[in-house]
Design a protein around this ligand. Sequence first.
Ligand SMILES: N=c1c2ncn([C@@H]3O[C@H](COP(=O)(O)OP(=O)(O)OP(=O)(O)O)[C@@H](O)[C@H]3O)c2ncn1[C@@H]1O[C@H](COP(=O)(O)O)[C@@H](O)[C@H]1O
Length: 94
Amino acid sequence: MAMDAIEELYQRILTRKSASPDISYTARLFTLGEDEIVKKVGEEAIEVILAAKSQGNLRLVEEVADLTYHVLVLLALRGVSPTDVAAELARRQK
Ligand SMILES: N=c1c2ncn([C@@H]3O[C@H](COP(=O)(O)OP(=O)(O)OP(=O)(O)O)[C@@H](O)[C@H]3O)c2ncn1[C@@H]1O[C@H](COP(=O)(O)O)[C@@H](O)[C@H]1O
């Protein structure tokens, strides 16, 4: 996954923290709170597993995109940036 695309989406998600829930799914998620967002992450992770086990790569890509988006919403809620995750991955590199 291109880091630029992740960062761009993350920045757009951050702007939805102050947007109206009436016009934005992301703003609605922020209004629902952490428990609901974590639940969505879990559901999307299960969708990734199901796609991997029984569907083609196109569906797998779609489900990983859904999961990535919801993880970014969780990170945004917690004030963690994808750059922090990239730094952790870089630290692990051998
Ligand atoms: N990348 C995404 C994205 N990926 C997935 N989703 C939404 O995540 C939901 C997936 O959940 P489900 O499949 O469970 O569908 P659902 O039944 O609608 O969801 P629930 O009502 O069950 O929560 C869908 O509503 C998708 O539209 C996304 N919603 C928004 N974005 C991006 O986030 C940014 C902000 O968008 P707004 O939220 O529209 O402001 C924009 O750049 C969007 O392109």
